[in-house]
Design a protein around this ligand. Structure first.
Ligand code: SF4
Ligand code: SF4
Ligand code: FES
Length: 917
């Protein structure tokens, strides 16, 4: 279609609306309710334009182009119309811009400045609405500032399919509110903060922390899952204050963040971070540690394992050092799963969004690659068929999946059988060694599945990489589909492994297993763990433990290290926000980023440590100057390594591959013997691929296999056991349910109902039910370490060790809450991350009467008493207080009956959870 916008000719496809057409001509039309991903609504009327031969002004977002259209986006009539719209929007607006977090980056301010009337004519009293309504531990709503554009409502309701925000009441009294008064639990809820064009939806951890003109925005990468989303880090005075999604108009469809990536931005100041070199478990001077490590490395033989934390440049430097300095082979990536994705099949998010059929192969994207889930949901909304082939059900209300539930370890064989039934010769050849093997009963109509995959015009697959051999079946499928694109996205980690591969790191599971077996057999003199926490990240933790025990020395470098991992020498590395370089994302796209904040004192880059190790050994060495050989000319480059596809191998019998799903004895599949009993139901949780301590983001410290592995922190009854390490105070360290513990009474639905009633204030705090029992709310709880501190509201666990209950103080009126929690006004110093000493040292009266045991928090497993050996740390009371207060807030009580000086939120220096109260 050819149209003219403000005298500029432009050609756009049919169906384009005038806002997008004007943008193509380089002309901006103001919008509030329209958003590219959500589509037009026509609610706000700010986008008025004049179209020749049309009698009245029209809304540009709801008007589609017609051949020969002539559009005027400015002019007296248009400006008058927009001024009228703005005057109406401002009738009841509180005009509290000086204290609004959005001030300076607010569309209402900007458009009022550009198009608005100089003065309002309305002199009546303004309608007052609720302010500071907490929607979740992370999001606050100011109903007075809302202009009812409905972006937030539509995003959660239509785009995500979780309608947790709704409009309530009518006319001028209409407000946005949480559906049913329940807290937002969607893992994508944080996106409404970005979407809101005004300061109505705000980040609670960020509130009152900065003004936009004091901030610097730096593009960074979230590496918490294989997607590797780009995010904008807001930095003030060398501290990351928040993370935002990149523009939604990003042409490759990026821009959303899940709440994990959005709120876990301040890893640099995490209390568990180590910034001093260590030798033999104790902190030492860097020179001493480097000298000892250089001695070990010179003795050889050396094997090097690496993780996903490194940039391409660092991985290349490590590869070079391993070969030239230490005489070792190329580093091997510690990775999950056993499969390998051929580069020829590697797809993009857009392939997912525009696919006609999506196959979820072992992976639940909602859990393992959340932003990938949004792309699948978008494909579903466009009419794509969603197919699932996994050892468990993957569908949910917002994303119906045509399920094919296999036995664990049989995905490759079942997929090959489905394709063979649909006539794919290559798949039939792969099945030749399987003899009389049959898929488990109840796997579904495999022929229909095979025909659907073969017939789809554009097929996208999300594969968890758990099983070797699947890649051969996918290659056979791609060959049979011919020209029709077959694109696969890997739901295994670590993030950025394509970049490591590009830098020469070996990424196959076989290479990793070879190194671990050699180390376990005592054939490795020094095992180097560079940017990986082996025990947490290796697919086989038992083999990893044997490798650590069998190696002569273990030299580790990283930002975090699980206490269980052996590290004879430890070198601190920068976290992702502290170093620049080139990272690869889910699509294999390389993004060049720069450091957002300076490294902590004592921390050095990979190149600096390697140079120091070389110097200590009397060698001259410098990192390769440009490992990408000048190919990175812009900030972004889609570049997959040129790796030939592996030769197809006939599939082995699943049983022979040893890929059953045994049980740990506590109801969780584990990955070892004995076989999983038929009575065991795998927990409904995805396969997170982790590299950071789970304590930080709540992701499983040890990946689940086909539904779970030994050591995973979740079980059916209690998804978030609290950390038992003295002084840690987080909820999320990996641990198993103690043998002495039995789950508390009540089924999941009953517990959920009790919690809802409690939240709604209909019943007193249920005994032993201080925790959110359902896994959805648990997602929020896992995220409470925000900004390097415990920052969310409902914190049921202890914040630290209790000094025998001494110095307990009640939160009585007249006493500042932070003082009560800290045990004194100046007690905030001395603990990393701002968690005050003595936090939790507080006796609290429970709403239902009686006094909670101040030395121990509630039983994390729902029992009325702590079972022997449960290990629950003393001092859950302060957390309980927060939970109760947060409960009041959520129940709509609004401001608490606490001393005034506790509020407003965030004005005091304590950066802990009290902030949020
Ligand atoms: S809260 Fe923000 S995004 Fe939601 S309707 Fe109001 S102005 Fe729009
Ligand atoms: S989807 Fe993954 S990479 Fe993206 S923000 Fe969430 S955790 Fe981070
Ligand atoms: S942006 Fe067009 S009516 Fe709101």
């Amino acid at each position: 279609m050819h149209i003219t916008v403000d005298g500029r000719p432009v050609e756009v496809p049919p169906g384009t609306n005038l806002v997008d057409a004007a943008k193509a001509a380089g002309i901006h039309i103001p919008v509030y309710c329209y958003q590219e991903a959500l589509g037009p609504l026509g609610a706000c009327r700010i986008c008025l334009v004049q179209v020749e031969k049309m009698p009245k002004l029209v809304t540009a977002c709801t008007t589609q182009v017609q051949e020969g259209m002539v559009v005027h986006t400015r002019g007296p009539e248009v400006d008058k119309g927009r001024a009228g719209v703005l005057e109406f929007l401002l009738l009841n607006h509180p005009l509290d811009c000086p204290v609004c977090d959005k001030g300076g980056e607010c569309d209402l301010q900007d458009y009022t400045f550009a198009y608005g009337p100089a003065a309002g004519r309305f002199t009546e009293p303004r309608i007052r609405k609720a302010k500071d309504v907490p929607l979740s531990p992370y999001i606050a709503l100011d109903q007075e500032r809302c202009i009812l554009c409905q972006r937030c409502v539509r995003f959660l309701g239509e785009y995500v399919g979780e309608p947790q925000l709704v409009l309530e009441a009518r006319g001028v009294h209409t407000v946005v509110t949480a559906a049913g008064g329940a807290p937002l639990t969607s893992p994508f809820s944080g996106n409404v903060i970005d979407l809101c064009p005004v300061g109505a939806l705000l980040s609670r951890p960020y509130r009152f922390r900065a003004r936009p003109w004091n901030l610097e925005k730096v593009e960074g990468i979230c590496g918490l899952c294989p997607v590797g989303c780009r995010r904008l880090l807001t930095v003030r005075d060398g501290v990351v204050e928040r993370a935002e999604g990149t523009s939604r108009s990003d042409p490759d469809g990026r821009g959303w963040l899940c709440d994990r990536g959005r709120f876990s931005y301040d890893e640099a100041r995490h209390p568990q971070r180590r910034t001093r070199p260590r030798l033999g478990g104790a902190e030492r001077e860097a020179g001493e540690v480097v000298a000892a490590a250089a001695r070990w490395l010179a003795e050889g033989p050396v094997a090097v394992l690496t993780g996903g934390e490194l940039t391409v440049e660092e991985a290349a430097a490590l590869t070079d050092a391993a070969r030239r300095l230490w005489g070792a082979g190329a580093p091997v990536l510690v990775r999950t799963g056993r499969g390998y994705l051929p580069p020829a099949l590697h797809g993009t998010l857009q392939d997912l969004q525009t696919a006609d059929a999506v196959l979820l192969l072992g992976a639940d994207p909602y859990q393992s690659v959340p932003v990938g889930y949004l792309a699948v949901r978008e494909a579903y909304r466009r009419g794509a068929g969603i197919w699932g082939l996994a050892p468990r059900r993957l569908g949910r209300r917002a994303l119906p999946v045509q399920e094919h539930v296999t036995a664990p370890g049989e995905e490759a064989a079942v997929l090959a059988r489905a394709l063979a039934a649909a006539g794919v010769g290559g798949a039939a050849a792969l099945l030749q060694d399987l003899g009389d093997w049959q898929p488990a009963a109840g796997t579904g109509d495999l022929e229909a599945l095979g025909r659907a995959l073969l017939g789809a015009a554009r097929l996208a697959v999300i594969w968890d990489g758990e099983e070797a051999g699947v890649e051969d079946v996918l290659l056979a499928l791609a060959a049979a589909r011919g020209e029709a694109p077959t694109r696969v996205l890997p739901a295994w980690g670590p993030a950025g492994w394509r970049g490591q591969e590009l830098a020469g790191v070996r990424v196959t599971a076989a290479a990793l297993e070879g190194v671990l077996r050699a180390a376990a057999a005592g054939e490795v003199g020094t095992l180097v763990l560079w940017g990986t926490d082996l025990l947490r990240e290796a697919p086989d933790p038992e083999l990893a433990a044997r490798a650590l025990a069998g190696a002569g020395h273990v030299l580790a470098a990283g930002a975090f290290l699980s206490p269980a991992t052996r590290a004879d020498a430890w070198l601190p590395l920068p976290v992702r926000t502290e170093h620049g370089g080139t990272f690869a994302d889910w699509e294999g796209t390389l993004t060049a980023v720069r450091a957002a904040v300076p490294p902590q004192p004592g921390v050095r880059t990979t190149g600096a440590w390697l140079e120091a190790l070389a110097a200590a050994a009397g060698r001259r060495w410098a990192p390769p100057a440009d490992p990408l050989a000048g190919r990175m000319t812009g900030s972004r480059l889609r570049l997959l390594p040129d790796v030939p596809a592996p030769a197809p191998r006939p599939l082995r019998r699943p049983e022979a591959a040893g890929a059953g799903s045994p049980c740990c004895g506590a109801g969780m599949p584990t990955g070892g013997d004995p076989p999983r009993p038929s009575s065991c139901v795998p927990p409904p949780l995805g396969r997170w691929r982790r590299r950071m301590p789970s304590a930080w983001t709540g992701l499983p410290a040890v990946r689940s296999g086909s539904g779970g592995r030994r050591g995973s922190w979740f079980c059916r009854w209690r998804p978030i056991p609290p950390c038992r390490r003295a002084g840690c105070g987080c909820l999320m360290t990996c641990r198993r349910r103690p043998a002495a513990c039995r789950p508390g009474p009540g089924s999941w639905p009953r517990r959920r109902k009790r919690r809802r009633r409690w939240m709604a204030g209909e019943r007193a705090h249920p005994g032993g039910e201080d925790r959110h029992p359902d896994p959805v709310s648990a997602d929020l709880l896992r995220l409470h370490h925000v900004g390097g501190t415990a920052a969310a509201g409902p914190l049921p666990a202890a914040l630290g060790p209790q000094p025998g209950g001494a110095g307990r103080a009640a939160a009585t009126p007249g006493r500042r809450l932070e003082d009560a929690v800290q045990g004194g006004p100046a007690a905030g110093a001395g603990r990393p991350g701002g968690i005050p000493p003595g936090a939790g040292d507080l006796g609290v009266r429970r709403p239902g009467g009686g006094r909670r045991d101040p030395l121990r928090g509630p039983c994390p497993f729902g029992r009325p008493h702590h079972p022997p050996g449960c290990g629950q740390p003393a001092g859950g009371a302060a957390g309980g207080l927060r939970l109760e207060l947060a409960g009041h807030l959520r129940a709509g009580a609004g401001r608490l009956g606490l001393p005034e000086q506790v509020l407003p939120i965030g004005r005091h220096p304590l950066r802990g959870p009290d902030h949020l109260l």
